[in-house]
Design a binder for this molecule. Structure first.
Ligand code: PXP
Length: 240
């Protein structure tokens, strides 16, 4: 069975809509763990648009399962990771204008720089994962870079809407998961996975971990709505 890493970024997105203190992603992380999540994932972006430095350091203190920090491979972020010591770092590409991480890392670009960043992280006992498209060249480069894991970008699969395209993207994920495992890499997968499309990816035997954020936070808002409304109605009703 694959492990579930819950990405809590969008709990912080809701907080940042008011630049206030709630909902607190730290409380969300604790609830995720109590409900059975195997790990917590957060992305500290350069622009700090959702998760803040304060969140990361508190998460390090409270997360009891497995803390996976997504970040760009910049010098500032590598230093931060070595300071905070998450269990895992997932290196992702980052562009300021993007709404979310749009594609995987191109490992042939800045290979030497990435090699140094990975080795600095690994020598601090941080497990390193590289977020890449399901592409054999990227997987070969990830092995050369001595990453511990690759996280296969499932966005193309999740965004496909025609059946033949969905099947094609799923086959790509299956064969690339097998290829990565054969090269000695751990395999995880994520991006755009939801309650409709997750099962076929969870069936892939080499996929050890699924990292899921937006669909879980979206569902939490809706399944929690009934109780939230009842509690507010009750307060108003009993006010006079
Ligand atoms: N994995 C990585 C590397 C990501 O960047 C993201 C998005 O932050 C996810 C998984 C989760 O994607 P989603 O929010 O679409 O489930």
């Amino acid at each position: 069975m694959a492990r579930l890493g819950v990405n809590i970024d969008h709990v912080a997105t809701i907080r940042e809509a008011r630049r206030g203190i709630e909902p607190d992603p730290i409380a969300a992380a604790i609830l995720c763990e109590l409900a059975g999540a195997d790990g917590i994932v957060c992305h500290l972006r350069e622009d700090r648009r959702h998760i803040k430095d304060r969140d990361l350091s508190l998460l390090r203190q409270v997360v009891k399962t497995h803390l996976n920090l997504e970040m760009a491979a910049t010098d500032e972020m590598v230093k931060k990771a070595i300071n905070v010591l998450p269990d895992m770092v997932t290196l992702v590409p980052e562009r300021r204008q993007e709404i979310t991480t749009e594609g995987g890392l191109d490992l042939s670009f800045n290979f030497d720089y990435l090699e140094e960043a990975i080795s600095r992280l690994r020598s601090n006992a941080i497990v390193v994962s590289l977020f890449i498209d399901p592409d054999i060249h990227q997987i070969k480069n990830a092995a050369k870079l001595e990453a511990d894991y690759v996280e296969l970008h499932t966005g193309a699969y999740a965004n496909a809407d025609e059946l033949n395209q969905i099947v094609e993207e799923l086959e790509k994920l299956k064969s690339m998961a097998a290829a990565a495992a054969k090269m000695g890499l751990g395999v995880s997968a994520g991006h755009g996975l939801n309650y409709q499309n997750v099962v076929d990816v969870a069936k892939i035997p080499q996929v050890e971990e699924l990292n899921i954020g937006h669909s879980i936070v979206s569902r939490a808002v809706l399944v929690g709505m009934d109780r939230a409304i009842r509690e507010m109605v009750e307060l108003i009703r009993n006010a006079r």
